[in-house]
Design a protein around this ligand. Sequence first.
Ligand code: DX5
Ligand code: ZN
Length: 220
Amino acid sequence: MRNTKIAPSILAADFANLQRDIEMVNASQADWFHIDIMDGVFVPNISFGMPVLDAIRKHAQKTIDVHLMIVDPDRYIKVFKDLGANVLTVHYEACTHLHRTLQAIKAEGMRAGVALNPHTSVSLLEDVIQDIDLVCIMSVNPGFGGQSFIENTYDKVKKLKQLIIEKGASTIIEIDGGVTSGNAKQLVDAGADVLVAGSFVFNAQDQLGTIADLKKLTCS
Ligand code: DX5
Ligand code: ZN
């Protein structure tokens, strides 16, 4: 039986009731908190920053998965470690010296992730896959929640899974953007290990039930 991880994206939470929404995730079958940090430069949107993450981590009782959509992420590796990040993901497109960045994340005791924009080929990771703990395949263009899922993602997941097997790496695959109960199973069948879901979870009437459904759909 698979153990697919479900990672609700806090970007879609109600920021006026953030503690309530964090407690909902704590009480749910979700595995991780997915935290989107956007700088308004790498992506055309600004989300939230350090004070908000500091508040989140005081209540969050699960793994904190931070997705940095920022330029020059090396400047903030230690800061995010101190803010409680367990997984720290940088964008391939934002790193000139990706290998060095990955080593710096690991040196701080975090798991190192690399996110790929929809146009970025998984083949570009061929020479660095063994150094990556998690690859986040963006299934929307990063910057906003609530966008539609890009269908080419399934092929990318399959290619990445093949690369991981060929290289004997232990990298896990995360999917981020437009995840719903309609595509979750197909993503896991293609090779996904972690599914991020923002609006599908937080816009639901029954948030706990929606997380439970995603878990059930993907863990059988
Ligand atoms: C997009 C973010 C996603 C986003 C997903 O740039 O990285 O994590 O919150 O939201 P949904 O699930 O609504 O597409
Ligand atoms: Zn994200």
